[in-house]
Design a binder for this molecule. Structure first.
Ligand code: ACO
Length: 439
């Protein structure tokens, strides 16, 4: 249970039209404290206005902590650096959902439980056949994730903790199988069944890259890089897709449908779609000598061009995930023999120039997680259309953890924002009609 802790009984006072209202302040265990304005409307008749939620905490959470100024990211108290070095994706999903690191036997049992859900119902294969071969893998991911709601009806009672846990395990286990199927379907190769003797990342690589005619040898370096990418993308507190899952879930909706809503939200280029855009930008720049031109474009107020993979709403320092991926990137490129990859050279040089440029320094624009993840995924063998699918597979961990936390929160209510209405006042039907109605 999550407790509200008033910050030394402190209150915030708000004066409107000579009347003063007091609101409790709750202390965060780390980071920003919050003003509880839930009574504002009933006391004063006013709503608050905050498009994009730049100053609004939509919930209380114990899961992930970010300090954007210091470049800190922690899952359940553990630094992302330590987790990416010492843990693995399955353990991280367990940590996010249950709140603590499992011991050895708990982890073994949990791994077996997840593995027991990696296969998908045979009817799902028929479902895939309904898509065009050139469908974007994210379009298939949204559709098939939503379709799971029709298949697993023994885990739909969201008020039963056991059924909720079964639904989460199914979502995490099947996400990688479905993600790999979207890739195989788009390139016209047969689906590859999961192999539960492998770990999560090895299994995903095998389902994507093995073919029945040949033996597939999993590279430990690529499997570790894949696992690092999954760990780094597993959660990021109340981002757009996680907030979408919480909002969809707040009405008591089917868990698989809520996760499909999260996949849909992640697809946008300002969110999970930026990794594809960052790689495409590096390819467009092409060679080091073109960099100054693109830096100039990024700084030009009249040019919509932005350096993709730079800047973040929360991080005003180096994104800690980008730091980790920079090292992973070097290892992967060395391994696959792309040591002198021109794209990596462009990326390194672009980063060097941007970090010394006054415009980027003043606006605190540092490389974000998408800057290096695309290069790594390309070196592993994925086309750019798969990058966001891989992000979605990883984020099923965070989405399900937040979904559990939301349902277990005793103050949980259906999410229902209010608005500042600026439309027409009451009109009489049948009177004057507009000649401008051309839409
Ligand atoms: N290149 C050039 N200028 C930039 C960039 C960039 N990548 N990012 C921000 N700026 C500038 C803006 O023009 C703005 O300048 P101004 O104050 O003179 O108007 C200022 O920096 C602040 O930018 P905002 O867009 O207001 O910042 P916000 O927090 O809303 O946006 C965002 C963050 C969307 C990530 C932005 O930095 C961006 O578009 N980056 C490129 C896309 C990208 O890499 N997205 C991935 C984010 S990470 C993730 O989702 C996993």
């Amino acid at each position: 249970m999550i407790k509200k802790t008033p910050a030394n009984n402190s209150v915030a006072k708000l004066s409107i039209n000579n009347k003063t209202y007091s609101f409790p302040i709750y202390k965060a265990s780390e980071g920003n404290d919050v003003i509880d304005i839930t009574k504002l409307h009933s006391l004063s008749g006013y709503f608050t206005y905050d498009p994009g939620f730049t100053s609004t905490a939509s919930c209380k959470s114990n899961i992930t902590f970010i300090d954007g100024d210091k470049g800190v990211l922690r899952y359940r108290g553990y630094d992302i650096e330590a987790l990416s070095k010492n843990s693995n994706f399955i353990e991280v999903t367990n940590l996010l959902i249950y709140g603590d690191l499992p011991n050895k036997s708990q982890l073994k049992k949990y791994h077996t439980l997840i593995s027991s859900h990696t296969m998908v119902h045979e009817q799902i294969l028929k479902f895939f056949n309904g898509f065009r071969r050139d469908a974007h893998p994210m379009a298939m991911m949204v559709g098939v994730m939503g379709a799971l709601s029709a298949f697993y009806q023994d885990s739909l009672d969201i008020h039963d903790p056991h059924q909720r846990m079964t639904a989460s395990r199914r979502i995490i286990a099947k996400a990688s199988t479905i993600g790999a199927m979207t890739y195989k379907y788009s390139i016209g190769q047969p689906f590859v069944q999961p192999d539960n003797t492998l770990n999560y990342s090895e299994n995903f690589l095998r389902m994507c890259f093995s073919v029945p005619a040949e033996r597939y040898k999993i590279s430990p370096i690529l499997a570790k890089a894949m696992d690092t990418i999954f760990i780094l993308h597993a959660d990021h507190e109340q981002n757009a897709s996680t907030s979408t899952v919480r909002l969809a879930g707040s009405s008591g909706a089917n868990p698989f449908a809520c996760i499909a809503a999260g996949v849909a939200s992640l697809w946008g280029p300002a969110h999970g779609g930026a990794n594809q855009a960052a790689l495409e930008m590096l390819e467009t720049i092409g060679v080091k000598r073109n960099i100054p031109l693109y830096i100039k474009k990024a700084k030009d107020k009249n040019d919509p061009f932005r350096l993709m993979g730079f800047g973040h709403r929360v991080y005003k320092n180096y994104d800690p995930r980008a730091k980790i991926l920079k090292e992973t990137c070097k290892k992967v490129l060395n391994h696959v023999g792309f040591k002198n990859d021109p794209i990596l050279e462009v990326a390194m040089e672009l980063e060097k120039i941007a970090l010394k440029d006054d415009y980027f320094i003043e606006k605190k624009l540092y490389p974000n997680v998408d800057f290096y993840s695309g290069i790594i995924l390309r070196a592993i063998g994925f086309p750019p259309e798969m990058f966001t699918v891989i992000f979605a597979i990883a984020r099923t961990a965070g989405w399900t953890a937040h979904w559990h936390e939301m349902i277990e929160d005793p103050v949980q209510k259906i999410g229902r924002p209010r608005q500042l209405y600026l439309g027409k006042k009451k009109l009489t039907y049948g009177k004057k009609r507009s000649s401008k109605n051309t839409r």
